[in-house]
Design a protein around this ligand. Structure first.
Ligand SMILES: [Fe+2]
Length: 270
């Protein structure tokens, strides 16, 4: 994937929560249907796509079929796809389904940007944790970036939020070893941004000189700044990240139109 590009056009598609069966619904939203609507929006809005990052909760049921469905959906775009597991996923099943296609690769280079894909999931836990092995992948890649003159900028992606969400109920579902993670990032002169999903909302903020992006799910949305679980009425969408050779970033969340995908607002959880 080592091609000179300026800017690199990256799309983030997250929390698709697909089921093996196309009729599967999450809080009354048909997740296949809402993903298809988001992908139609991508098709009508985007030109050349250089990379698609699928940042976890790709499946709701962790079935091989749900991952095969996702890969099939991605075939309409002429772009490489990289995915990381979320709390609803199985990293092992994802790797198996991906086969030799490289979707589960940990590190990629496009132009002078390095992409580091981390697995923050652990079985039967909603919250996230980066194992010693994942932290080693991160540390090695960031060190490599310092030594390799081709790499000037790094982007790190994972499913779980490494910064607490703004709603009280989200306090305990984020990345548990966030301090360790952030300490590694702060030491890196090439680290520019962190891209994640999990809390189903649009966020774009700076912390310690690093830009953080969280992106709406392609199905249900979580309301920010509330005490108890609540759904938001904003539409599903995706994020576009334009990564420039000078390290600057332009980003935008694009949502579908209409009111076709409305969840069950009375729900007390998901
Ligand atoms: Fe999710």
């Amino acid at each position: 994937m080592d091609i000179a590009k300026d800017p690199i056009n990256v799309l983030q598609i997250t929390d698709t929560h697909l089921y093996a069966v196309h009729s599967g619904t999450l809080l009354k939203i048909n997740t296949h249907g809402s993903l298809s609507a988001v992908l139609d929006k991508v098709s009508s809005n985007e030109g050349q796509i250089d990379l698609i990052l699928a940042t976890g909760d790709i499946a709701q049921d962790a079935s091989p079929s749900s991952y095969q469905h996702f890969m099939k959906y991605m075939e309409r775009f002429d772009a490489p796809v990289r995915w990381v597991p979320g709390n609803h996923d199985s990293g092992d099943v994802m790797q198996e389904v991906a086969g030799e296609l490289g979707l589960s690769n940990k590190v990629e280079l496009i132009g002078n940007w390095q992409f580091i894909m981390l697995d923050s999931s652990r079985i039967n836990h909603v919250d996230g944790y980066l194992s010693a092995e994942e932290l080693r992948v991160l540390e090695t890649a960031l060190k490599e970036a310092e030594a390799d003159p081709r790499i000037e900028h790094s982007l790190v992606t994972l499913h779980h939020n490494p910064v607490p969400g703004s709603s009280a109920w989200m306090r305990d579902i984020g990345l548990r070893n966030d301090r360790e993670f952030l300490a590694l990032l702060r030491r890196s002169p090439t680290l520019r941004c962190v891209v994640y999903g999990h809390i189903h909302q649009a966020l774009d903020f700076k912390l310690a000189g690093i830009r953080f992006f969280c992106t709406p799910s392609t199905c249900i949305q979580f309301k920010p700044e509330v005490i108890d679980f609540a759904l938001d009425s904003v539409n599903p969408g995706y994020r576009r990240l334009k990564l420039f050779a000078d390290g600057s970033i332009e980003s935008e969340v694009i949502r579908i139109d209409g009111s076709q995908f409305r969840p069950d607002f009375a729900s007390a959880g998901y």
